[in-house]
Ligand binder design. Structure first.
Ligand code: CTP
Length: 415
């Protein structure tokens, strides 16, 4: 197993909660940081979503964390994993035993068997996620990698670790687009070919709606979601998910250009790409995705009300009429309407003005503040900002500092 001994680990020690984490596992050989945290550390990004891989029992390491830091442990023996959550909710760490995975049928959840580190790296999605950093004292900082993983990271390339990857787990098609959008990495030609073949073979239909939802919303929550949406269309993945799901980069770009506080971007974009569906088809699709009731209501309202909103607004004859039309609606519905082609500019500006006045610049933090504090990209950011705006509008908090601390608490308890 090749390893590169000189990874810069100083940055790791400064991340929230890591000092305690390292103390807890210092005497536990075979404990590694894996996946996105290692990738991002090498790219120089902060993360506070730590995944650990251990040779041996994941539950035992989660218990070490609980003893040292204080908190609770949940074991998932069927998957050889455990989760540790600190008492104050600020740290949530997934621990997995090194394993092999076999798929009884395409798209099914895997059967897992304990294995060594080498096999554990092979079973992962992309080489850039197949690196493990030793974090126990004796071998602290040694990096173990799937062959050429760090070379792929330097070359900014996404490469599957084996040819069946997208067939075994078609959610990786969405992950491919997400990492492409977020990191600006490109799929190497053979991986691209395998992705195309998996879409053409109908692989996405073998996965449960709930698993599609998680990855789809993560993709749509990216700051550069428009890049992912464009690739989704190019790959034909949108229509493979649902014949009426249309990854329309133009409306998505228009929506993401609107500057509106506290929006759930992923729900807004889901609504825009689902806008060709009639009401019953939309309800079935959201049900298939197992979208929580509250989120499904936001999407359905946007699709059903958004299409006719600007003409209705244009016909409103007083400020009171504008207010009573827009106030009951989610902000996502209003931005949905603004993103559709063909609205007249004056009415659109009226809607924008109303949105600005509604939040009144009350949110003094942005997604960038949360990212700087180590919150990874994803729907967590939108949810935390939306909760913070609501708490501010309700008078529960005020001022930038209180908002930042409220939003970080929300984000950290939402992993
Ligand atoms: N993984 C995988 N296939 C999947 C999901 C996850 O191989 N369908 C592996 C990858 O090695 C990934 C790790 O499990 O790095 C953890 O998954 P996740 O927490 O979803 O991603 P992160 O590594 O944290 O990366 P991100 O920054 O995208 O959250």
């Amino acid at each position: 197993m090749p390893y590169l001994p000189e990874v810069k680990t100083e940055a790791l020690r400064t991340l929230p909660g890591v000092k305690e984490l390292l103390e807890a596992v210092a005497d536990r050989p075979g404990t590694y940081l894996v996946g996105g945290a290692v990738r991002d550390l090498m790219l120089g990004f902060a993360q506070f979503d730590y995944d650990l891989m251990v040779e041996g029992d994941a539950g035992e390491v989660a218990e070490l964390l609980a003893d040292r830091i204080g908190g609770t442990v949940k074991r998932h023996p069927r998957f050889l994993t455990a989760n540790f959550r600190s008492t104050d909710g600020s740290l949530s760490i997934d621990v997995a035993s090194a394993r092999t995975e076999t798929y009884s049928e395409p798209g099914a959840l895997p059967e897992v068997e304990p294995a060594d580190l080498e096999h554990d790296l092979v079973r992962r999605d992309f080489t850039v996620n197949a690196m493990a950093l030793a974090i126990w004292r004796e071998r602290f900082g040694e990096l173990f990698e799937f062959p050429d993983a760090s070379a792929d990271l330097l070359a900014r390339v996404l490469r599957v670790t084996h040819d069946r990857s997208f067939i075994d787990d078609p959610t990786r098609l969405l992950r491919l687009l997400r990492y492409g959008a977020r990191l600006g990495f490109t799929a190497e030609p053979h991986t691209e070919e395998l992705a195309r073949a998996a879409v053409e073979a109908g692989a996405p239909s073998t996965v449960s709606g709930g698993r599609i939802r998680d990855e789809l919303l993560d993709l749509l929550a990216e700051r550069s979601a428009v890049v992912g949406v464009e690739s989704m269309y190019a790959l034909g993945l949108d229509r493979a998910l649902h014949p009426k799901f249309d990854a329309d980069e133009y409306v998505v770009a228009r929506a993401t250009n609107e500057q509106v506080d506290g929006l759930r971007q992923e729900l807004l974009l889901l609504a825009l790409c689902s806008r060709a569906m009639d009401e019953p088809t939309l309800a079935e699709w959201l049900d298939h995705l197992k979208l929580p009731r509250r989120d499904a209501d936001i999407v359905a309202e946007a699709v059903v009300r958004g299409a006719t909103l600007l003409p209705e607004l244009a016909a409103s004859e007083s400020n009171a009429a504008v207010d009573s039309l827009l106030r009951p609606l989610h902000a996502e519905t209003i931005v949905f309407a603004l993103a559709l082609p063909g609205g007249d500019r004056e009415t659109a500006d009226l809607a924008r003005l109303w949105l600005t006045e509604r939040s009144g610049g009350k949110l003094e933090i942005s997604g960038a503040d949360l990212r700087d504090a180590g919150v990874g990209e994803g729907p967590i950011i939108g949810r935390a900002l939306a909760e913070t705006l609501e708490a501010t509008l309700n008078g529960e908090i005020s001022g930038r500092e209180a908002q930042l601390s409220f939003a970080l608490t929300q984000a950290r308890s939402d992993v």
